[in-house]
Ligand binder design. Structure first.
Ligand code: 4AD
Ligand code: MG
Length: 465
């Protein structure tokens, strides 16, 4: 007997086959006609398959009539065309086996809808809900699209380190990695004696694989990293995590405009694949989430229109002329906040916007300084509903200016000698960017809290599971 998934059992091609299915009971309903309907789900798709279990089954009274929501079962039976309009097939059970029961008194996922806040508290069970099944399948598809997009274009996938001694973004939001006992820190002249620590010097969880990625781009041409990154920023917002996944392509012989083109093609590919392969899940998000009916229009619109490109300075002018009052004041030299980014993408341009040439004081040391001396070749991609989804730049490829920038930002050039070597020997113009995976899932699904698009979210005060 062929073992198939619920997704396969829902397809008309399966009609007539006798199959085995394994999954979890979503609901059971007993009909007066002497049989029961079991809605079975195994995570393979959004929909359930309806199992018809007749009273003639030998364990009908003892087992079938006591199947609870959440119980795991094996079903063997024949796939038949369903008379009901809502599903193409149903399975007429020849055997129903209970694998593991779920006590209805304590199983937290009962049929009624649960709030996202509640589901975060049971993050080990929430993948069994429609919403988190959909998020999980979408996240998987996006991850595959990322690898395929770069692989098809001749990029190499580089595994950059998770533990590092370099602070890429210079923002100081680093988690320390140490084996020193916090109760007995060794000190010399009042200073921590790092020679006794595991690495013999301070070490951290990486905030970005970019710097190491640059070393490989400046040898192999086009590379990307894709992995977890860590930021100890105390930002309790719906768009920040302390642990998130970032994709970072880095390309030698690339100017900022090449970088923008790649970023746009990359995002469009991710959207096109999600529409092609996750239609059922996106439809679920569009229908079930509040204020999300426009999801498909939003995605199609982003897919089919060119992104707007404009310098930071012009964006500031637009914001100043908007006649709006802002929570965070707008002025040249101030960082743009979510409210400003979203205004530009959602109200003013109504499409993704690539802002570039930011003030040098706002951006990290590695970004290439423009001839005006005041701005750097940074680019941020802003999308409706989320704001910044990509941050990137052309990199400073001139050794003297790079060293000057490190000094300006209070970085110790000693730790970055290897990075400077990339400019010292065979320097090339090069560029790259970072796309936040979770912000991408927020954008594609229309979900509003980043804690709901990663399996086990880590935020200030929360590292459960
Ligand atoms: O703009 P960021 O900080 O850029 C970098 O880290 C560069 N080193 C990337 C590069 O050029 N290779 O981060 C890039 C993206 C952001 O646009 C955002 O989507 C996401 O990473 N991101 C976060 N996502 C969730 N939680 C956080 N705390 C995030 N911080 C950044
Ligand atoms: Mg950024």
């Amino acid at each position: 007997m062929e073992k198939i998934t619920v997704a396969a059992a829902r397809k008309p091609e399966s009609i007539g086959k006798v199959v085995k299915l394994q999954g979890w009971v979503r609901t059971r309903r007993d009909s007066k006609g002497g049989f029961s309907f079991i809605e079975l789900n195994d995570g393979s798709c959004q929909g359930n398959v309806q199992i018809i279990a007749a009273a003639e089954l030998p364990n009908y009274e003892s087992v079938v009539k006591h199947l609870h929501t959440g119980a795991s079962v094996t079903i063997e039976g024949e796939v038949k065309a369903s008379p009901a309009a809502k599903q193409p097939t149903e399975v007429h059970a020849q055997r129903v086996e209970l694998i593991g029961d779920a006590d209805p008194e304590t199983y937290p996922l009962q049929k009624k809808g649960h709030s996202f806040e509640f589901l975060r508290e049971i993050a080990h069970l929430r993948p069994r809900t429609n919403t988190f099944g959909a998020v999980t399948r979408l996240r998987h598809q996006v991850s595959m699209s990322i690898h395929q997009f770069f692989h098809e274009r001749g990029f190499y996938y580089i595994h950059t380190p998770i533990i590092t001694s370099s602070d890429c973004e210079g923002a100081g939001a680093l988690f320390r990695v140490t084996t020193l006992d916090p109760e007995a820190i060794p000190k010399v002249n009042g200073q921590v004696d790092y020679t006794q620590d595991f690495f013999g010097k301070p070490a951290y969880l990486t905030v970005s694989g970019q710097l190491q990625g640059e070393a490989y781009a400046c040898a192999l041409g086009k590379i990307y990293t894709f992995g977890p990154t860590f930021r100890a920023e105390n930002s309790n917002t719906p768009r920040h995590l302390a642990e998130f996944w970032m994709v970072e392509p880095e390309m030698a012989f690339y100017e900022l405009s090449d970088n923008m083109e790649l970023a746009e093609a990359f995002l469009k590919r991710i959207i096109a694949d999600a529409l092609q392969y996750c239609g059922e899940d996106l439809k679920f998000f569009a229908e079930r989430l509040e204020n999300n009916q426009g999801l498909f229009d939003k995605l199609e619109n982003v897919l089919n229109k060119p992104f707007q490109r404009l310098p930071y300075t012009e964006a500031v002018d637009i914001l100043l002329r908007s006649g709006r009052s802002w929570e965070f004041p707008v002025a040249w030299g101030n960082d743009l906040q979510s409210e400003h980014e979203r205004y530009l993408a959602e109200q003013h341009f109504r499409c993704p916007v690539i802002l570039y040439d930011y003030p040098r004081t706002l951006k990290p040391f590695y970004m290439k300084v423009n001839d005006d001396g005041r701005t750097v070749r940074a680019m941020d991609v802003l999308v409706p509903g989320v704001g910044e989804i990509i941050g990137g730049s052309q990199r400073e490829d001139r050794l003297d200016i790079l060293e000057q920038r490190m000094q300006e930002q209070g970085l110790n050039p000693e730790g970055y000698q290897w990075y400077c070597d990339l400019r010292r020997y065979g320097t090339v113009p090069h560029s790259g960017f970072g796309l936040g995976l979770e912000r991408t899932i927020l954008f594609l699904s229309g979900l509003s809290n980043i804690r709901d698009v990663i399996p086990f979210p880590r935020t200030p005060g929360h590292a459960a599971f």
